[in-house]
Write a protein that binds this ligand. Structure first.
Ligand SMILES: [Fe+2]
Length: 285
């Protein structure tokens, strides 16, 4: 399926203004899985140690690692919000909405796209659109509009500016997020410590980014949790000293699945001949 097909196939029906009652827990716990993800390519970020590391990564040209925050298996999906009147389909594919000379405070937004069990969702479509520094949308062209796909680890990174305010709303960035062959999540991201957060009836605190100042710009992070079922973790391997391909003699003992077995007949172990399956070969002791 081409990129254009995917864009065309998206369910762009406007969601209900009244967002779903589901919302993410206000208690943000670092998930073990996410910590593992962060640790895999880069040093583990602990607590609030992110800014220095993030700057270092940026200097090295790496994708910024977002602050580890919320995704625990069983968390509800990211809250849905209205797309508003300014969405335009067919945005260009790009991770930077900033052009040379673009006025405004530079903002980098990074994060992960997760499914319901907090596993990363690779190749998720993220389509961002926002107002310019003056609070105006480009309704004839594609300034401050762009889509991208999460990487193999579910990460995304957007280069943009802090959007301006316009009447009736607090500061926000619109986004549609879609896992391959799944429905679209339409929502909005918000900035902490904005006075209008208290008066904007669409605003919801579960959609606040973590934002910090970095030099003359800002860095925001947010993790999406899509309503996408993911297979549960595979069961732990039974473990033990038994191994296929090994020659066993009568009287040898092995462990398998937490139990100990004694070999009754000499044989070379093979898959399917695990001790619990072949009482003629192994006796539990
Ligand atoms: Fe808007």
């Amino acid at each position: 399926m081409t990129e254009q097909d995917r864009q065309d196939n998206r369910d762009t029906s406007a969601p209900d203004e009244s967002a779903q009652p589901q919302e993410k827990s206000g208690i943000r716990r670092k998930s073990l899985l996410k910590a593992a993800l962060v640790a895999a390519p880069l040093p583990l970020l602990v607590g609030g140690a992110a800014p220095v590391l993030a700057r270092d990564q940026a200097r090295q040209g790496r994708v910024l690692t977002p602050t580890p925050e919320a995704c625990d298996p069983g968390d509800p999906p990211t809250r849905q919000q209205t797309e508003g009147p300014y969405f335009r389909p067919n945005s260009p594919r790009r991770t930077s909405l900033v052009e040379p000379g673009t006025p405004g405070t530079r903002l980098t937004v990074t994060g992960y796209v997760f499914g319901l069990t907090c596993r990363p969702v690779p190749d998720a479509l993220l389509d961002f659109w926002q107002a310019d520094v003056n609070g105006a949308y480009d309704n004839t062209g594609y300034r401050f509009r762009g889509h991208q796909y999460s990487d193999a680890q579910g990460r995304f990174s957007l280069q943009t500016i802090v959007p301006g305010l316009y009447p009736g709303r607090t500061r926000h960035i619109h986004v549609k997020v879609q896992a391959p062959d799944n429905p679209v999540l339409t929502t909005q991201l918000y900035f902490p410590n904005e006075p209008r957060n208290n008066t904007d009836t669409i605003f919801h605190p579960s959609l606040l980014m973590t934002v910090r100042d970095v030099g003359s710009g800002r860095e925001g992070s947010f993790d999406f949790v899509l309503n996408v079922r993911q297979d549960p973790d595979p069961p732990d391997p039974p473990g033990g000293t038994w191994a296929a391909g090994t020659s066993y003699r009568p009287g040898d003992t092995v462990t398998y699945g937490g139990a100990t077995y004694r070999c009754l007949q000499g044989h070379t172990a093979a898959p399917g001949w695990e001790p619990p399956n072949v009482p003629a070969l192994w006796q539990a002791v």
